[in-house]
Ligand binder design. Structure first.
Ligand code: SF4
Length: 198
């Protein structure tokens, strides 16, 4: 059975769904079945809201002050579970909450979800993946039209309403692309974090 809560490095993560609206060429879930303390992050069946909440309630968070919503899927594809689970993490476990997302949550849910997220999510990290729409489409194969622009719009809305917002890229991008991402980071006023691909 796949883990819902797992540890990786210095953080604790919630793997709430395997649903995703992209098919990124570098996605780690196509390389191995699990990471960190989880041997398997592929759910046989996506967990219910009750199962996710129970997993959070039962987990011993001693030594950790944050829960990161990030697993083998896009958390905003299970918005109801994400919002409810984040509320439990904050209210009952007194944790900070972070959402790692592909930034397509508004496109996925057909409405602006940022106001709802801002009530229970302290920090949002958005995978930029590429600095322009042509490369973005090639790398992420998104399930929506105009996904790059919609992802940028989501990030700008987050910047207005969420305490902390960051762009995230992995260092597999070319130097030119990384430079372009830095420019986009400056233009949007959203800091850029460059992660090592592992
Ligand atoms: S958005 Fe995330 S989970 Fe989905 S395919 Fe891309 S890297 Fe994988």
């Amino acid at each position: 059975m796949a883990d819902i809560i797992y540890k990786y490095g210095k953080s604790v993560y919630a793997n709430i769904t395997n649903k995703c609206n992209c098919r990124c060429s570098f996605c780690i879930r196509f390389l191995k079945d699990g990471i960190g303390s989880a041997d398997v992050l592929w759910h046989k069946e996506n967990p219910s809201k009750e199962a996710v909440i129970e997993a959070i309630r039962e987990f011993d968070f001693t030594g950790f002050d944050e829960l990161v919503f990030c697993g083998y899927g896009e958390p905003t594809c299970a918005l109801d579970i994400l919002l409810s689970a984040a509320k439990v993490a904050k209210d009952e476990k007194k944790l900070k909450t972070r959402l790692n997302t592909n930034g397509l949550g508004n496109a996925e849910n057909g409405r602006d979800i940022v106001g709802e997220l801002s009530k229970v999510i302290d920090s949002v990290s958005i995978s930029l993946n590429a600095p322009n729409s042509i490369e973005y489409e090639e790398i992420t194969h998104p399930g929506f039209s105009n996904s790059f622009d919609r992802m940028i719009d989501f990030a700008k809305k987050c910047k207005e309403q969420v305490k902390e917002v960051k762009w995230s890229i992995v260092d597999v991008l070319s130097d030119d692309d990384i430079e372009e991402c830095k420019q986009l980071s400056e233009e949007t006023g959203i800091p850029l974090r460059i992660r090592h691909f592992a």
